[in-house]
Design a protein around this ligand. Structure first.
Ligand code: GCO
Length: 255
């Protein structure tokens, strides 16, 4: 039955930055499709709380919190997952920050922090995950891009630069790792209602602009990313790699 292509039973998925928001929504959906969801977040208490809530619903969830900016922490975490939990089958690089400011005024430290978390850490975690996936000749890596992979807006310079780079890194990973039966794809969320975007959604002018620019005339709901995530995480996408798919209510089709 072709529906079984989307079954994630027996698979382990690690999602960075997944104690809340889009990462938690994606991981919950993958867990509902059968996967064991390994929550990782700088907010360790929040990660434990979310994992407990998912387990209370009968889903498989645990935590492995680590600093994505540290080679040692990432290597040790992935070794620990493989030793104590199981094979790392699916990695979702979701952790990200959006530190805002005018490019001509931005301090190097601000710029560098966004680069370190949104781009370098995606390479770092993927590097150590790929070192496990390559010998097994199978793996799935999902990079969380953004509408800002497609275009920017004032004060989001480093975020736009890193999310644009995620598209290129997704393709770079593909040309090196697809030969090992690893598929690497990116999800580009449009404007979704999360804690991070709540200040924007609560601003009537910004809310009106998003609804005007989005052909679907609304913000996305985090659970609406789950379908694409299951596709990318499952056997349904075994010959799909290097792609960026925007889940954006039609935004990128609009002039
Ligand atoms: C902004 C928002 C965006 C969205 C998201 C869109 O400042 O316009 O924070 O960056 O959150 O990235 O995909």
């Amino acid at each position: 039955m072709s529906i079984q292509l989307f079954d994630l039973t027996g698979k382990n998925v690690l999602i960075t930055g997944s104690a809340r928001g889009l990462g938690l929504a994606i991981g919950t959906g993958l867990a509902e499709a059968g996967a064991q969801f390994i929550i990782s977040d700088v907010n360790a208490e929040g990660a434990e709380k979310s994992a407990a809530e998912l387990r209370a619903r009968g889903l498989k969830a645990t935590t492995c919190n680590f600093d994505v900016t540290s080679d040692e922490a990432v290597k040790n975490a992935i070794d620990k997952i493989e030793k104590e939990i199981g094979t790392l089958d699916i990695l979702v690089n979701n952790a990200g920050v959006n530190l805002r400011g005018a490019l001509e005024e931005m301090e190097l430290a601000t710029w560098q922090k966004v680069i370190d978390i949104n781009l370098t850490a995606v390479w770092r975690v993927s590097k150590f995950a790929a070192q496990k996936m390559i010998p097994r000749k199978r793996g799935k890596i999902i990079n969380i891009a953004s509408l800002m992979t497609f275009g920017g807006r004032p004060t989001t310079g480093p975020y736009t630069a890193t999310k644009t780079a995620i598209a290129g890194l997704t393709r770079a990973m593909t040309v090196e790792w697809a030969q090992h039966n690893i598929q690497i794809n990116a999800i580009g969320p449009g404007y979704f209602l999360t804690d991070m975007t709540k200040p924007l959604a609560d601003n009537p002018e910004f809310d009106g602009w998003v609804k005007m620019r989005t052909p679907a005339k609304r913000w996305g709901l985090p659970k609406e990313l789950v379908g694409l995530a299951i596709f990318y995480a499952s056997s349904a996408s075994d010959f799909v790699t290097g792609q960026v798919c925007y889940v954006d209510g039609g935004w990128t089709s609009n002039l």
